[in-house]
Design a protein around this ligand. Structure first.
Ligand code: G6P
Length: 464
């Protein structure tokens, strides 16, 4: 069996703990069975000598991590990755902060990870690189004579071709993707946009499953990431979660809970969501004092200015909504500005009659899937889901909304709260069957099988 080597900016502990995020749940089994290796940032910022990869044996696989220097953090992570690429890839070129001095750091961090990874690799490995932080890593590995099958998966959307072209260095950066053997996207729309982009802006040739970019034929495909449905359902019915459900039940039995859980990010449409909720309060007097929204917004990337601005705006907006609509014994909005552990979220999902997932753009959105997996099959809640989340492709049985249309979101909240049990059950059953059919294990295996079968000759480039 070939060893799996994963590279991503964030790495997960190798214990497969309950708190594990979507990617680590997905990769855990394959890393464990192949005694794999996960390479990435250790989350620390240090200007000391600890810049080399530190290899440690975890419970299930090896980890090789390194710190970032302050300058690398500011320019590779906060700067080029999250100040320029993140907004760009979410179709927000208006929020893109392109500082030409960030690019050399981005490329240098990609080079450094590649240089330090190569001695840890063996020729039989399968290499799988994740997300927009490492667009250039494949090229840096190839120039160091890494000939292993090399896959790349983009977790975020790939937007319209002309949006990508707003990045001044888009030619230089995007053509580096030609070093990969397989490039995976979450949705058909992202795959189509990528094909269109490379044809129009790089003169590439596109076939249904391949593009020929910078002289190299690269396989491309749609691989929608899922969740481990049984694992999440088991978490939601575990003794610890059920105890919490029992403790919180009095709040939720006297009024109907609506829940939103997101990183505090402008792509998640949080101000729009709160405004739509306010519209719902105004338009549905029969639900006043009978429905409330719990919105968890975990702080994120606070050293990027747009995130600090958003946090400030949400503080104001949430305060205003409660000030306007609360009464002495009822608070319509519970705004929680910190991350909650997954088992607490599972209880919150289970207790809430509506899951409100309304990003303006999102690669997939696993909260939508976890909300569904946590429901009681006998009395399930209803998912209100943005059309612009990748998950909408698979969740046609949710109430699909345009998050910019506050009136429509308000109407969907009301429809969800008033939906008869039979309809809730049938919508939920159809959604969960789809989630089971395309779960996270299916995602991983389909990608890895496609990567291992790659028939293209390895790219050989000389080191610079
Ligand atoms: C998104 C990205 C991931 C990223 C995560 C958390 O899901 O696709 O690559 O790790 O956000 O963001 P952070 O900047 O905290 O790693």
């Amino acid at each position: 069996m070939r060893r799996l080597v994963v590279v991503s900016n964030r790495v997960a502990p190798s214990s497969g703990a309950d708190s594990a995020g979507g990617l680590s749940v997905g990769l855990h089994a394959a890393l464990k069975r192949s005694q794999g290796l996960w390479i990435g940032w250790n989350g620390r910022i240090e200007d000391s000598a600890r810049e080399e990869l530190q290899v440690e044996d975890g419970e299930a696989y090896q980890l090789a991590t390194r710190s970032l220097s302050q300058a690398e953090h500011d320019r590779y992570y906060a700067g080029f990755s999250n100040g320029a690429l993140w907004p760009l890839l979410h179709g927000r070129s208006d929020l893109m902060r392109f500082d030409p001095e960030d690019l050399p750091y981005y490329l240098a961090v990609n080079e450094r990870f590649a240089r330090q990874a190569v001695p840890l690799l063996s020729s039989a490995d399968l290499l799988w690189v994740h997300d927009y932080h490492f667009l250039a890593l494949g090229d840096a590995l190839r120039r160091r004579n890494a000939h292993q099958p090399l896959g790349f998966f983009l977790h975020v959307p790939f937007p319209h071709a002309d949006c990508v072209a707003a990045l001044p260095c888009h030619h230089q950066v995007m053509r580096l993707l030609s070093a990969y053997d397989l490039i995976g996207f979450q949705t058909e729309a992202s795959l189509r946009n990528f094909r269109d982009y490379v044809v129009r802006h790089h003169g590439a040739l596109a076939e249904p499953d391949h593009v020929t970019l910078a002289g190299r034929r690269v396989r491309v495909g749609r691989f929608p990431i899922g969740i481990d449905v049984d694992r999440f359902a088991a978490l939601a019915t575990s003794a610890r979660v059920q105890q919490l459900v029992g403790e919180l039940l009095p709040c939720f039995s006297s009024a109907a809970g609506i829940v939103g859980v997101d990183r505090l990010d402008y792509t998640k449409g949080l101000p729009q969501r709160l405004r739509a909720f306010e519209r719902f309060l105004e338009q549905s007097p029969q639900w006043r004092r009978r429905a409330f929204l719990t919105q968890v917004a975990a702080p994120s990337r606070e050293d990027v200015q747009e995130y600090a601005d958003l946090r400030h705006d949400l503080d104001t907006l949430s305060g205003r909504i409660n000030a306007r609509h609360a009464s002495v014994d009822w608070m319509p909005l519970r705004y929680i500005n910190r991350a909650l552990p997954q088992w607490r979220l599972a209880a919150l999902y289970r207790l809430s009659r509506v899951g409100l997932v309304t990003p303006l753009a999102d690669g997939m959105n696993l909260v939508a899937k976890e909300y569904l997996a946590a429901q009681d099959p006998a009395d399930p809640g209803v998912l209100v889901l943005s059309r612009f989340a990748g998950a909408a492709d698979q969740l046609g049985s949710a109430l699909l909304v345009n998050p910019h249309d506050f009136g429509a979101v308000a109407a969907a909240i009301r429809q969800a709260l008033e939906m008869p049990l039979e309809e809730r059950r049938s919508r939920w059953a159809s959604a969960i069957a789809g989630l089971r059919a395309q779960d996270v294990h299916d995602w991983r295996e389909r990608f890895l099988v496609a990567l291992a079968q790659n028939p293209e000759p390895p790219l050989v480039r000389l080191a610079r």
